[in-house]
Design a protein around this ligand. Structure first.
Ligand SMILES: *Cc1c(COP(=O)(O)O)cnc(C)c1O
Length: 402
């Protein structure tokens, strides 16, 4: 398939070999209802008009592109530009998706939303839109994560959400997602499940991508206006893959633009402590309702993951990324914890911007490669979120008492 007529997913929700619907039979009708509602909404200009009104007036879009001139000068190579998703209401790209899904829930007449969360960022974005649209909100969160992420738990409560602790399994994101799916089966009539990344069973990966494409669509117009052309490279961090696919998708047919996805290398992809399924050569497996590259042992048991950034700490990757890797349209690399922290410090000190630790992984690629590129070349980095949420983590790593 040529990249210029790239088209995915197919009717069954497959991106090449990846994706699909691998759920209990009881969920099939709910996913079919959702898929149909989304297909109808997708054709309806009024749905998108409302989406873009909220992105403008509530989220504060468009987010600017910004020339990080001092950082570029310091690295003495390619010009680094940032797509400023950190400036969105709630501090990251996640709200683009939760606004879209909440509007769809409203259209479907559902007054109750549920969500899973790991570090709490998607939980906060879901609680935010539930308050905005007057919906009841329940957020499933691993018991250990509730302990570790107290400020986000409090934020969700302030926003009126009910945070449900999940004590099964490893008491983290993976278990919270299982529990949210179980709850959805039980209350499918009045409940909408808001998934936080471009993963899960069809139609979620496509739907989340479509909502996040506002990032890439804006970037294309903004780069054209700012420098009269598109960047040589566009780079984004990849957890489940929503901010990355949102930037990449509009660029897939622009074959002169190199696309780079950066996974969490943790302590190194050759150690057991990372969250880099593609870069570490993980086999295909099934988790959370879809098929994709997945970190697992010989018996198919999901492996534990590690990353300094909670948002990238996931053993799988959205199916469209696995497909784009197979097609070789997107290159996947890993940045380890240390490189991400160095990039974090550089952006703080040279640009006055505190980036999210997730976004720092994308920056780390630019910091490593810009010096080898010409000064007339351009790297566009998706700055997926701001780092206020990460200051405690960074302080601990630097052995600083707050
Ligand atoms: C959640 C999060 C991510 C990772 O999620 P994706 O779906 O891979 O984009 C990246 N950056 C920030 C700031 C996040 O909050």
């Amino acid at each position: 398939m040529s990249h210029t007529n790239y088209q995915a997913p197919d009717q069954n929700g497959f991106f090449g070999e990846h994706g699909g619907v691998y759920v209990a039979e009881t969920l099939i009708p709910a996913l079919q209802e959702l898929a149909q509602a989304y297909q109808e909404a997708k054709q309806d200009p009024e749905f998108w008009a409302e989406f873009h009104r909220d992105l403008a007036n509530y989220v504060g879009r468009p987010s600017p592109v910004y020339h990080a001139a001092r950082l570029s000068e310091k690295l003495s190579g390619a010009q680094i530009w940032l797509k400023r998703e950190d400036l969105n209401h709630t501090g990251a790209h996640k709200v683009n998706n939760t606004i879209g899904q909440a509007l769809l829930a409203k259209r479907m007449g559902k007054k109750r939303v549920i969500a899973e969360t790991g570090a709490g960022q998607h939980g906060v974005a879901s609680a935010t839109v539930a308050a905005r649209f007057g919906m009841e909100c329940h957020v499933y969160m691993g018991a250990d994560d509730i302990q570790r992420q107290a400020p986000n738990v409090f934020r969700m409560k302030l926003l009126g959400a009910n945070v449900v602790g999940v004590s099964s399994g490893s008491r983290t994101l993976k278990d919270a997602m299982n529990e949210a799916m179980r709850e959805w089966v039980a209350r499918v009539d009045d409940t909408f499940y808001i998934i936080g990344t471009a993963a899960g069973p069809a139609p979620y990966p496509e739907m989340v991508r479509d909502f996040q494409c506002v990032i890439g669509n804006e970037a294309k117009e903004q780069m054209q206006a700012a420098i009269g052309r598109q960047p040589d490279v566009a780079v984004a961090c990849v957890g489940g893959g929503s901010n990355a696919i949102g930037l990449f998708y509009p660029y897939i047919s622009e074959t002169s633009v190199r696309l780079i996805g950066v996974e969490a290398g943790g302590h190194g992809v050759h150690t057991p402590d990372h969250a880099a399924p593609i870069t570490s050569g993980a086999p295909i497996g099934v988790l959370h309702g879809f098929r994709s590259y997945l970190m697992q042992d010989e018996n198919g048991q999901i492996l534990g993951t590690h990353s300094v950034s909670a948002g990238l700490d996931y053993p799988g990757i959205g199916p469209e990324h696995s497909h784009l890797h197979d097609l070789k349209r997107v290159e996947y690399h890993a940045a380890n914890d240390e490189a991400a922290l160095q990039a974090f410090d550089l952006l703080c000190q040279y640009e006055g911007i505190i980036p999210a630790l997730e976004s720092s992984h994308a920056l780390a690629w630019a910091v490593k490669h810009a010096p080898k590129m010409g000064k007339d070349q351009v790297i566009l980095v998706n700055l997926s979120g701001r780092g206020d949420k990460d200051i405690n983590t960074v302080a601990k790593l630097k052995n600083i008492e707050l």
